[in-house]
Write a protein that binds this ligand. Structure first.
Ligand SMILES: *[C@@H]1O[C@H](CO)[C@@H](O)[C@H](O)[C@H]1NC(C)=O
Length: 280
């Protein structure tokens, strides 16, 4: 029997029987998850079917569905962005960027995605202070695109700067640097990354849990997803201690596959493709 790691209304027994994901979504509405998880309250986000990946930054929210189309949230409606299919999308100060299933990098320009030439990337992140970071396929090398190039890019080749580390997942915020997860699911933070030069210093291993992915928000909040789909927030982050002090569990109704945090909203994608919006 599947265990449901959820404080949803304290009706744990019911959940062992009723694993209807939609019901779980409705149940989440306005239900307090309790103090241990920092009292996050989740509800169903504006409905988009078969979500696989989400990114939120600077008030904008983009999502990728199982059809690999990218959608943008406005009010309570989702609008498809362009006609290009992507496997990962990211939004931030340097615009909307993504990679397709052939690992080509795209930027959203004048209402559609423009494919760049230059290095292939399996994931890019636009959350930094104007710079873009990326991970190459198979070798998992990390690269950075300087803010001047990223902001002005509209067509042609991209000139990436190498970042000396290999990572499986990489996410940047403008405040406290970038967070990455390596092939052993160990978490790292770069204490400083200079957007104009892509200089990165002070890779620090974050002790504690291993993660499948870690995302850092615009305000420096950091959330991670473990291999079993549990969600944790990294607490105690400051300029003096960018790696923070501890992982605190954020209780979820269902196993989570992806998440993103921006401006007080935690967006989580369940393994079944449902999108939840949590705040506290
Ligand atoms: C998931 O893994 C974490 C450690 O990574 C563990 O503390 C937690 O109990 C696990 N949750 C489930 C539902 O197995």
């Amino acid at each position: 029997m599947r265990r449901v790691p959820c404080g949803c209304g304290g009706e744990g027994d019911i959940w062992l029987v009723l694993l209807d994901l939609v019901v779980c979504g409705m149940f989440l509405r306005n239900v307090d998850h309790g103090a241990r998880s920092g009292a996050w309250t989740c509800r169903e986000a504006p409905q988009l079917y078969h979500v696989r990946q989400i990114d939120a930054g600077q008030g904008k929210v983009v999502a990728r569905t199982s059809s690999n189309y990218v959608y943008f949230l406005s009010g309570s409606s989702w609008y498809r962005l362009g006609s290009t299919t992507l496997k990962h999308v990211s939004v931030g100060p340097a615009g909307i960027w993504g990679v397709d299933t052939s690992n080509r990098v795209h930027k959203y320009v004048a209402g559609n995605f423009v494919q760049s030439s230059g290095l292939s990337m399996q994931q890019v992140d636009a959350g930094g202070d104007g710079q873009i970071v990326g991970i190459t396929p198979s070798s998992y090398s990390t690269y950075c695109l300087r803010s001047s190039l990223a902001l002005a890019y509209r067509a042609g080749s991209l000139s990436w700067s190498s970042l000396s580390r290999t990572m499986r997942y990489y996410s940047c915020g403008p405040l406290y640097g970038c967070w990455g997860v390596d092939s052993r699911s160990q978490v790292y933070v770069t204490q400083r990354i200079t957007p104009t030069s892509c200089g990165a210093t002070g890779w620090t291993q974050v002790p504690g849990l291993t993660m499948r992915m870690v995302e850092v928000g615009t305000d420096g909040n950091v959330f991670g997803v473990t291999a079993n789909g549990s969600v944790y927030q990294r607490v105690g982050i400051s300029h003096a201690r960018p790696q923070g002090t501890a992982w605190v569990s954020v209780s979820m109704c269902m196993p989570i596959s992806h998440l993103s945090y921006d401006l007080g909203q935690l967006w989580v994608v369940t393994n079944s493709g449902m999108l939840l919006q949590c705040s506290h």
